[in-house]
Ligand binder design. Structure first.
Ligand code: FIX
Ligand code: ZN
Length: 417
């Protein structure tokens, strides 16, 4: 009996991993940009090394003052990080291992530890070709960007109507609007949207116009915001007011889902810049209220706190307009991806999107997906094996169907529903 079970498990594992490795992925949340936007699309070894995950880790070993570190060139920062995290200590954290997985996939010799040879390799590539190579290695079909009209680096690119690579989908990101209203107001006014610091009817009309204009301009497939752990809804904040009177009406009218990313505590250590954000436990009650109040609007949800993951699954069981996705940022580490993916499969079956990369540097999609694919495969193997033990026969075609859903199909079905 034991042998039979093992044989089945091996066959199932093979089928699961064949399907995972051959299924093209839609990466539903990244911070990458279409190549025509130029330098704001980050790629190559120096950008990989100065990734904010690694900055935070390296700073724990370095005693260079923060200001001095930020005044250095990208290459000098990368040298420091390489020495602190790869040479002086073994690179076993998830983010540092990721750099090595990426280099290895690109055919580089990680045993050489020769940073300059890696730099020479990247210097040979033209970005247009490199994007194709990275898509091929990560097995990506498409990815979703994060596009904030308030971002001064990105905004001009949209206004110049640069051609967007059709594999790069846009998302209308609302962080500045919802989290930093006092700074959003003068900008909106300067762009011709007449808004007041204390929003009223006219401001609502203008914000709805702003949302429609930008959703149309960038051809957004959803709207989204990253929200603090204290995020509450409803409450007497401007944010709740704008959600209720502007964002939700535009979501209802356009059919665009609203992505809620809850739990990021910004600038806990401002001297670390992007690396200085932290995590806090969010309130699932806000999500429940939102879904209950807006059954005609679709919501995407990911939460940052490990403590929130169980209630996220339960909330998704209550509201079919809620689609759970990804293991975000601090929970995007193997031990927690495994825990969260298993929990989601057990509570939601296949009705979710288990992962996104959150890549900020193009090449990162290679390691993020390679690491996650392995864990998703292990969990699915276990679950299909349990299923086989009941006598239920799962065909290879059914496993392929299920995996195509997990790697993007479920997301697209939800978007188009
Ligand atoms: O808000 C977000 O989309 C976060 O993912 C980022 O702000 C964060 O800096 C990040 O890169 C996490 O992976
Ligand atoms: Zn992100």
């Amino acid at each position: 009996m034991a042998l039979l079970f093992t044989e089945k498990n091996t066959a199932i594992r093979q089928t699961v991993f064949d399907a995972l490795n051959s299924t093209k992925i839609t990466d539903i949340h990244t911070h990458l940009y279409t190549p025509s936007f130029g330098d704001i699309l980050l790629w190559g070894i120096d950008d990989l090394l100065v990734y904010h995950y690694l900055v935070a880790e390296a700073m724990r070993w370095l005693d260079v003052p923060y200001d001095m570190f930020w005044a250095m060139s990208k290459r000098d920062q990368a040298d420091l990080i390489w020495k602190a995290l790869f040479i002086d200590h073994s690179p076993i954290s998830e983010a540092s291992r990721g750099v090595l997985t990426t280099l290895q996939a690109l055919g580089l010799d990680t045993s050489s530890r020769d940073l300059d040879s890696y730099r020479r390799f990247f210097a040979e590539w033209k970005i247009e070709d490199y994007v194709d190579r990275v898509f091929e290695l990560a097995n990506l079909e498409g990815l979703v960007m994060t596009n904030d009209p308030f971002d001064d680096l990105e905004r001009p690119a949209w206004l110049e109507f640069k051609a967007v690579d059709p594999r790069f989908h846009a998302v209308l990101r609302l962080d500045t609007l919802l989290n930093d209203w006092p700074n959003a107001v003068p900008k909106l006014n300067s762009w011709g949207y007449t808004v007041d610091l204390v929003p009223g009817r006219e401001t609502y009309v203008e914000i709805r116009r702003f949302l429609r204009d930008w959703a149309g301009r960038i051809n957004a497939i959803y709207m989204a915001a990253s929200l603090p752990p204290t995020f509450a809804y409803p409450d007497d904040s401007v944010r709740s007011d704008l959600l209720k009177n502007c964002v939700f009406p535009v979501a209802a009218e356009t059919g665009l889902p609203m992505g809620l990313m809850i739990g990021s505590k910004r600038a806990v250590n401002p001297q670390l810049k992007l690396a200085g954000d932290s995590v806090g436990r969010g309130n699932i009650e806000a999500v429940e209220h939102i879904c209950q109040e807006n059954p005609n609007i679709k919501f995407l949800l990911t939460m940052l706190g490990r403590e929130n993951q169980h209630e996220v699954c339960v909330a998704a069981r209550k509201f079919r307009n809620l689609h759970v996705f990804g293991c975000w940022w601090y929970v995007n580490i193997p031990s927690l991806i495994e825990e969260i993916t298993r929990m989601r499969v057990e509570l939601l079956g296949l009705g979710m999107t288990p992962q996104h990369s959150d890549a900020r540097v193009l090449d990162q999609v290679i390691y993020k997906w390679s690491h996650s694919r392995k864990i998703i495969g292990d969990v699915l193997t276990e679950k299909y094996t349990d299923l086989a033990a009941t006598g239920w026969i799962v065909s290879e075609a059914e496993i392929r169907r299920d995996i195509a859903g997990l790697l993007g199909g479920n997301f697209w079905d939800f978007i188009k529903r």
